[in-house]
Design a protein around this ligand. Sequence first.
Ligand code: FEO
Ligand code: CA
Ligand code: CA
Ligand code: CA
Length: 584
Amino acid sequence: EDQRTAAPLAFATIAPVAADVDDVTVPRGYRWDAILRWGDPLFPGVPNLTATGTTAADQAKQFGYNCDYLDIIVDKGSTTKAVLVANHEYTNENIMFAPDTDAETIARTAWAAHGLSVVELRRAAAGKPWRYVVGGRRNRRITLDSTTFAVDGPAAGSTLLQTPADPTGKAVIGTMNNCSGGTTPWGTVLSGEENFHQYFYAAGTTPQEARYGLGTSGDSRRWRDFDHRWDATSAAGANEPNRFGWIVEVDPQNPTSTPVKHTAMGRLKHEGANVIIAANGKVVAYMGDDERFEYVYKFVSRDRYDGSGTAAARAKNKRLLSNGDLFVARFTGDGLEDGISDGTGVWLPLTKAGASVVPGMSIEEVLVYTRLAADTVMPTKMDRPEDVQPSLKSRRIYVACTNNSKRTATDIDEANPRPANKDGHIVEIIETNNSNTASTFRWNLLLICGDALSAGTYFGGYTGPVSPISCPDNLAFDSTGHLWISTDGQPGSIGLADALHHVALAGPERGRVRQFLAVPAGAETCGPVIHDKDGSVFVAVQHPGEDGSWEAPQSLFPDFVTPGSTPPGGREVRRPPTEHRPGH
Ligand code: FEO
Ligand code: CA
Ligand code: CA
Ligand code: CA
């Protein structure tokens, strides 16, 4: 903290960290601590992890696995109370369970380990570390097998969403593969259901299944052995894949509220959704579909935001994402003669006023098979668009295109300018008249990522030294409008541990990338949450050591207890939070 004098979050750039360092590396003068770990009990009387892992019943009341989206929402008028919201994208069964655990226990526990957690936090005073509260009033686990989601919007109740267990097509049990997300101005949390295809066994013979990657291979978890809904070739499971791939909305302030799946926002492999209130009061959500050669989308609400702050206004705002128009982006380059990747773009409508604008497709088909609808209007195939986030300060939008190994020299374009793009890039979008409801925009590549050895790198015009950066994924802004970029894949692309980077967006340092932290071996950096006025940064350390095994772990984060210590694996040992403070 002694380094933080001039600005709220001044820091000395850290050196890049080798991929095998099993530690969190932070700048000089900072320290780090774990707030919540997989398996931490959220309710009184719930056990911790045991020497053999956990059970489905316990997991449903413990913090879940592999967090991606993260927010820490400080209570209004307080500096010492908050709720933490994290989602639990997927499970690493190979390191979660002792080898002799039976298959059904593994499956059922994994269902409970997916979903989201809402957990109350407390601290002694502003600037002190947050601690989580066992049994906090708002504590909640949302899981894949216990939580009912209401389906809303124009496709709710569609025959495409009906199943024998839910003939209404309006009530889905669970959410899964929740990747990134966003917190709305009305205080709810959005989360994207991303790679849902990998949980299903399907014939894969229809264009609809094929377009979403559903097929006979890939459901390595074999959940269909324990619940037929995961078998899309069965009557029970035929429409079940259509019930995932949505943006979900959760109200963390009300633990008994029913979370919602918003069909108006389309069905993709949703990375997440980030909302801004346009000047005319409509809310605009920006969204990525994270797969190679997929598209960037925007949703514009039918109704206007009510900022009066009353309970009635909040209830109204919670329905803003239920009705609106859906668009997909086409980026056109203006040529590379000017030396930069930039150009103009257009938002191509897929729905208007609750109706389809795609010939031959009903509104329900456009929303359930959004990728197929988008294909008809020729949007730009991007290099895996992950987080798409508007700056609330400048209203500009930033798209993290994480990488694309399959881009070839013949299909490059100015917005995706590198073949075999291993390092990714960041697109900056400026809407016409800076209006977020505009139908056209200008764009440029803020960053073309890489290290000193990568071809074609560009750092927003900044020519001084920068930190190497590869595979940008989750984005966030601090209160001063600087961009923070977390990475997922630096070990494979540039041989470095995944990182969190700070990037200036304006002034002479625009494009200057400075590394703030590195995550432990095998992990990607998720979150992030930047409370710069508080001198704090929060990240979700996802899948540390995921290529290891139960017997031979590759990461001991966050407790760093040696395997073979007593108790076995150290899995019942929790170090006091203040003992281990790397970074000093
Ligand atoms: Fe779950 Fe697109 O990362
Ligand atoms: Ca150009
Ligand atoms: Ca991601
Ligand atoms: Ca990623």
